[in-house]
Design a protein around this ligand. Structure first.
Ligand code: SR1
Ligand code: MG
Length: 407
């Protein structure tokens, strides 16, 4: 019998004992300390460290209600999904995800590698850090983790088994609501709109019926296109990084959906980092260097994705009809279209929806924040409405630069 045989939400004082009981990681004589370090919307994250050896480990536990709202509760099965996809991604994109040591279905807790020497990417970007290898790393992650899970490569019955395993209805519902619905109508009164921009948001988002139609089409694609096993929440808070290396983690929103969902999420979150740099860096030279690096990175992610997709496709395609001339290009076209749409959807929902990003909310000067938000919303609308024309990296750069001149 152990006190961890039935679920309770752990406090810092419980976690060292839990780790010692569950995994063989620390010495018997370790001096363990524990700190809760989570800053996400959903879970509790603890770091346990041995003061003697310096070794450390991470424990992520799901609560019965969400951190962001005690009125919201969602399936605690999300931990199983996360542990399982990290195992698959370790095979398809080795070295780019943290190792999982244990998933405990009773405590709804995962014990995993501490990504020592890496910083959460959003935190690094808030300090205007540059990560020169990020575009290369993330494009490899995207191509390897996404394409390997599709019907192009996988035996179709095996792929359908995975689709079944990754049915994630409650977390998908969060995205259906918070990404694809509420930013356009505030139907549950959960949007957080920056007051100086209220009229702008009403005109550009709540009252634009043409935009609603295009978002509705994208929503049904999100719900019905079981194309690839997607991470499902690939923003810069789901990445740990340093100048040499990148880890992608936190894939609890994973499900079979359009792979543009992951690529578009990254692009939008880099746009937020660009907006923060544009609004807050005082030194002109530093601003130009940082903002240019972000635009280069967006451009390179798209172009490297295309380049690596073409190579991966040639080397790994197994589906006979997918080898038909022209199919590779057609399929890529669908991915790029969905990428642009999601860059826009994420670009809007993080500005006006329930889950905002600090890149924007921490811009202290009200006028600068209002301008940054207008730039993001306007660029995002173009990504959605004109999604068939974002077929290369430079088209994103061009839009952000053009829109920035409008405000
Ligand atoms: C209620 S959860 C709000 C958001 O946090 C997660 O990171 C997802 O992005 C979700 O939409
Ligand atoms: Mg998360």
């Amino acid at each position: 019998m152990s006190r961890f045989d039935s679920y309770f939400l752990m406090k810092e004082k419980d976690v060292p004992e839990y780790v010692m009981e569950k995994v063989d990681f620390f010495d018997k004589n370790s001096e363990l300390t524990c700190k809760e370090i989570g800053d996400g919307n959903l879970n509790y994250v603890f770091r346990v460290k041995d003061q003697i050896s310096g070794k450390s480990i991470i424990i992520k536990q799901a609560g019965e209600t969400l951190r962001i709202s005690s009125e919201m509760s969602i399936s605690m099965d999300r931990g199983r999904i996360e542990a399982r996809i990290l195992g698959l991604q370790e095979k398809s994109a080795p070295g780019l995800v943290p190792k999982v040591y244990l998933y405990d279905e009773v405590m709804c807790a995962m014990i995993m590698q501490d990504m020592v020497g890496h910083t959460m990417m959003r935190t690094g970007l808030m300090n205007h850090e540059i990560y020169p290898l990020f575009a290369d790393h993330i494009s490899t992650f995207l191509v390897n983790s996404l394409i390997s899970s599709t019907d192009i490569v996988m035996e179709h019955k095996a792929k359908k088994e995975l689709v079944k395993e990754f049915i994630n209805p409650e977390l998908c519902e969060i995205s259906e609501d918070l990404v694809y619905t509420e930013p356009y109508n505030n139907q549950n009164n959960r949007n957080n709109v920056f007051p100086p921009n209220l009229e702008f948001v009403k005109k550009e988002l709540y009252n634009d019926k043409n935009l609603h139609l295009e978002v509705a089409k994208c929503k049904f694609d999100f719900m019905n296109n079981a194309q690839a096993l997607v991470h499902g929440d690939l923003h810069t808070g789901s990445i740990f990084i340093n100048k040499e290396h990148t880890y992608v983690f936190d894939p609890e929103f994973a499900f079979y959906g359009p792979m543009g969902y992951d690529i578009g999420n990254i692009i939008a979150n880099l746009m937020f980092a660009w907006s923060n740099g544009d609004a807050t860096i005082e030194d002109d030279k530093e601003k130009e260097e940082y903002c240019n690096w972000i635009l280069d990175t967006i451009e390179n992610i798209v172009d490297l994705f295309i380049e690596k997709y073409n190579v991966y496709y040639e080397n790994n395609v197994t589906e006979i009809m997918a080898k038909t001339e022209g199919f590779k290009e057609w399929y890529l076209g669908t991915i790029l279209r969905d990428t642009a749409a999601v860059a826009g959807l994420e670009g809007i929902r993080r500005i006006v929806g329930m889950a905002n990003v600090i890149d924007i909310t921490q811009i202290k000067d009200e006028d600068k924040r209002a301008r940054a938000e207008k730039i993001c919303i306007s660029a995002a609308k173009r990504f959605i409405l004109d999604r068939n024309n974002y077929t290369d990296g430079k088209s994103y750069r061009k839009t952000i630069e053009e829109v920035a001149k409008e405000f």
